[in-house]
Design a protein around this ligand. Structure first.
Ligand code: IPE
Ligand code: IPE
Ligand code: MG
Length: 245
């Protein structure tokens, strides 16, 4: 069945959770699960391209994930390097514009260089905007926005009384893109874990027990179908929304 074009989300955000448990169930190290998760990343990109979804945001590493055991953090960093070396060519060919969001200064220079190169190389592409959140936290995003606005006020370029939602919204990560319409969290937890706290205000939330490495085309279709059954009211009544449709 072809989806109703009107209800295809413009922006899907995903908390890719469950890699560790996927590996533990197979009596393998957690890093094995992170590696297996790469296939689902490719599937998610292919899914968005197929459905002409404009923006895909993937939560790959939170600001809190540094607190994991050193060997797991190390394995994730090595995986980032390998993924950047292997995947960027294909994403470039697919017309995917890559952007990393988060506090990138914390990464080693081999990782930072690769991230910058990937962003530069794909910056003109428009088939899909792929945002990868690394060392990202919704609270960090708020703090960096607060810093920017405080600086403008101190430099007297901005009157604090003029700060409204629109002014503030323009300072968060991804201000130039629509807010997520659909958030998918895999791995069974029903929480946001400090993902895009500002941007998710009116996002439809979809939680699935499927572990991230098991996400495939059918599972993504399931999330989309569920989204298409939602009535997004944004504070209005259903009758108002239906009349306006
Ligand atoms: C998500 O999978 C990947 C990262 C947070 C880097 P997890 O590693 O959190 O997997 P579980 O939740 O322990 O199964
Ligand atoms: C959220 O998963 C972060 C990412 C998927 C990158 P976590 O596994 O870190 O979240 P918690 O700790 O269960 O909330
Ligand atoms: Mg987890």
């Amino acid at each position: 069945m072809k989806p109703d074009v009107a209800s295809v989300p413009q922006h899907i955000a995903i908390i890719m959770d469950g890699n560790g448990r996927w590996a533990e169930r197979r009596h393998r190290p957690r890093a094995f699960g992170h590696r297996a998760g790469q296939k689902a990343v490719r599937e998610s990109v292919a899914f968005c391209l197929r459905h002409s979804i404009q923006v895909l945001s993937l939560f790959a590493f939170s600001s809190e994930n540094w607190h994991r055991p050193e060997d797991e953090v190390g394995a994730l960093m090595n995986l980032f390097i390998r993924a950047l070396d292997r995947e960027v060519d294909e994403l470039d060919q697919q017309g995917v514009c890559i952007r990393f969001i988060g506090d990138l200064d914390a990464f080693s220079s081999p990782i930072r260089t690769r991230m910058q190169q990937a962003m530069q190389r794909t910056q003109a592409h428009q088939q899909l905007y792929l945002n990868i959140a690394v060392n990202y936290g919704g609270r960090w995003d708020m703090v960096q926005a607060a810093r920017k606005i405080a600086r403008l006020a101190t430099d007297e370029q901005l009157d604090p009384a003029s700060i409204d939602e629109a002014r503030l919204a323009g300072l968060f990560c991804l201000a130039d893109q629509p807010n997520p319409d659909l958030l998918i969290r895999t791995g069974g937890e029903r929480r946001i874990s400090n993902f895009m706290l500002w941007q998710l205000a009116y996002t439809e939330l979809y939680f699935t027990d499927t572990l991230w490495p098991d996400m495939n085309e059918q599972a993504f279709e399931g999330a989309l179908t569920d989204f298409q059954l939602r009535v997004r009211r944004f504070g209005q009544t259903t009758a108002q929304v239906t009349a306006g449709a």
